[in-house]
Design a protein. Sequence first.
Length: 153
Amino acid sequence: MRYMMIFKGSDEFEAGQPPSAEGVTAMGLVMAEMAEKGVLLAGDGLLPSSYGFRIQLDQGKRRVVDGPFAETKELIAGFCLIEVASREEAMEWGWRCLAADAKTIGDPESTGLLEIRPVATAEFFGDNYTPEAQERNERTFQKAAENLQNSST
């Protein structure tokens, strides 16, 4: 099963405080282990919301709102996409990531929140996920994987 681990932002993150060297190392080691074990499919940190924007479509009218955004607890600081055998395995990797994330702010006793959600599979969409749609999505995601591999990030 695939799961998205969504790292929540904090006041320190939104203020632009960089993670500690210890935290960068701790998270890097967990990510490296996930990659080595074939669990990690993708993952990255995000910049604070002051660098971002939201787009909104309201009754056909387009609206752009530049960051920063007020509700820190609702903001995303990063993500990991993992593929594991069970919910329990996703949870175990999540606990390890949360422990590493606590080190990024230099406080292993800090509180943290990591949202973990299953990725929708074909079964979720039922008959609405036609063979044509499945084939199109397969081609799309193959191309996206090529794009990622060819990107210069």
